[in-house]
Design a protein around this ligand. Structure first.
Ligand SMILES: NC(=O)c1ccc[n+]([C@@H]2O[C@H](COP(=O)([O-])OP(=O)(O)OC[C@H]3O[C@@H](n4cnc5c(N)ncnc54)[C@H](OP(=O)(O)O)[C@@H]3O)[C@@H](O)[C@H]2O)c1
Length: 282
C-alpha cells in the first residue's frame, strides 16, 4: 500500500516509518527540514518536503506521493503551546484532509486523545460524548475527528497518555524533570496510559480496522495518588505531595472495543512495570 505519514519525525511517526516499510509498504514521510530526509532514507522510505500550513505545497506533495492512505500523526507540542496544538488539530487537519481528498485518498488514520470525554466515574467508552464545554482543546479534538471523517474510510486513534522512551514520561523527559523539581502533585485524577510502542503498533493495525473512533489505552487506568508516586520513584524524584481532588472528566478510557472487536492487545497492559524503581527500558 502507498502510505503518506504526516508527522513522520514525531514521537509516533519515527516508530511507524520502519514498522510500515518492513511490512512492504511504500512509505512517504512529510518533513519540514531537508536534513530529516536521511532519517526516512535509512528505513527505505521517501521524504517529501511540506509544511501543513503551506496549502499549495501540501497539495502538490500529496498528489505526487499518490497515497492510498494518509497517516495523520501531526501534533505541535514541542513548544508546550496548547494553542499551537489546537491550531494544527483544526487548520492542519483541514489542510491535510483537503489535500488528501484532492488526491483521491481512500483512507486516513489520525492521532487523537482519550481524555476528552464528559465527566463520569467509570472509564469512558467510544460512545461517551466528548466534553465540548470543557475547553478549546477538546473542541479542537472534536474538529479534528469530524474533519478526518470526511475521508471515505477513517480511523481516529484516541490514545492514552504516552510513556516510554522519547516521551514526556521517559527518565529524561519533560515530566521526569518536573517530578524531580517537585512540581507535581498526586491527586485523584484518573489517567489511562499507553506505552509508545503499543501506540505505534495500533496505528499499523488500524490499516485493517473499520471506520470509527477507537480508544487505544492500557488496561490499568489509575488515580494520580497511585501512579505518580511510582513514577517519581522510578525517575529518582522525591515522593510528590498528595490530595484527593479529582477533575470529574479525568476518568480514564476503556479499550474493550479494540480488544474484543479489533483483536488489539497491548504488549504493555499496565504502566506499573515501567514505573517501577527496578525497571530499565532497553
Ligand atoms: N497521547 C499523548 O500522550 C501524546 C501525543 C503526542 C505527543 N505527546 C508528547 O509530546 C511530545 C512531543 O511530541 P512529538 O515528538 O511527536 O513532537 P511534535 O513537536 O508534537 O511534532 C509531531 C510531528 O508533527 C510535525 N509537525 C508539527 N507541525 C508541523 C507543520 N506545521 N507541518 C508539518 N509537520 C508538522 C513534526 O515535524 P517536525 O519534526 O518538523 O517538528 C513532527 O513530525 C512527545 O514526547 C510525547 O510525550 C503525547
Amino acid at each position: 500500500m502507498r502510505i503518506l505519514i504526516a508527522g513522520a519525525t514525531g514521537v509516533i511517526g519515527r516508530r511507524l516509518v520502519p514498522l510500515l516499510t518492513q511490512r512492504g509498504h511504500h512509505v512517504t514521510g512529510l518533513i519540514r527540514r531537508p536534513a530529516d530526509a536521511a532519517k526516512l532514507d535509512a528505513h527505505g522510505a521517501h521524504a517529501a518536503l511540506a509544511d501543513v500550513y503551506d496549502t499549495e505545497r501540501l497539495h502538490y506533495t500529496v498528489r505526487q506521493a499518490a497515497p492510498d492512505l494518509v497517516m495523520h500523526q501531526l501534533t505541535d507540542l514541542g513548544g508546550g503551546d496548547r494553542q499551537a496544538n489546537s491550531a494544527i488539530r483544526r487548520t492542519g487537519t483541514r489542510n491535510l484532509v483537503d489535500a488528501a481528498q484532492a488526491a483521491g485518498v481512500r483512507k486516513m488514520i489520525a492521532q487523537s486523545i482519550a481524555w476528552v470525554y464528559e465527566p463520569g466515574t467509570e472509564p469512558a467508552t467510544e460512545d461517551t460524548p466528548l466534553d465540548l464545554a470543557r475547553d478549546d482543546s477538546v473542541r479542537a479534538v472534536d474538529m479534528l475527528e469530524k474533519t478526518v471523517s470526511e475521508i471515505p474510510e477513517w480511523v481516529v486513534l484516541r490514545y492514552g497518555l504516552f510513556y516510554g522512551p522519547t516521551t514526556w514520561y521517559a527518565p529524561d523527559g519533560l515530566m521526569a524533570g518536573q517530578a524531580r523539581a517537585g512540581k507535581l502533585t498526586a491527586n485523584g485524577d484518573i489517567t489511562s496510559f499507553l506505552h509508545i510502542d503499543d501506540a505505534a503498533a495500533a496505528a499499523v493495525a488500524a490499516l485493517d480496522w473499520p471506520s470509527g473512533p477507537v480508544n487505544v489505552c492500557d488496561d490499568d487506568p489509575a488515580p494520580g495518588t497511585d501512579w505518580l508516586p511510582a513514577f517519581c520513584a522510578s525517575v529518582g524524584a522525591p515522593p510528590p505531595p498528595r490530595n484527593t481532588d479529582r477533575n470529574p472528566w479525568a476518568r480514564g478510557a476503556d479499550s474493550t472495543y479494540a480488544r474484543k472487536h479489533l483483536d488489539w492487545t497491548p504488549v504493555h497492559p499496565s504502566w506499573r512495570s515501567a514505573f517501577s524503581r527496578d525497571h530499565h527500558e532497553p
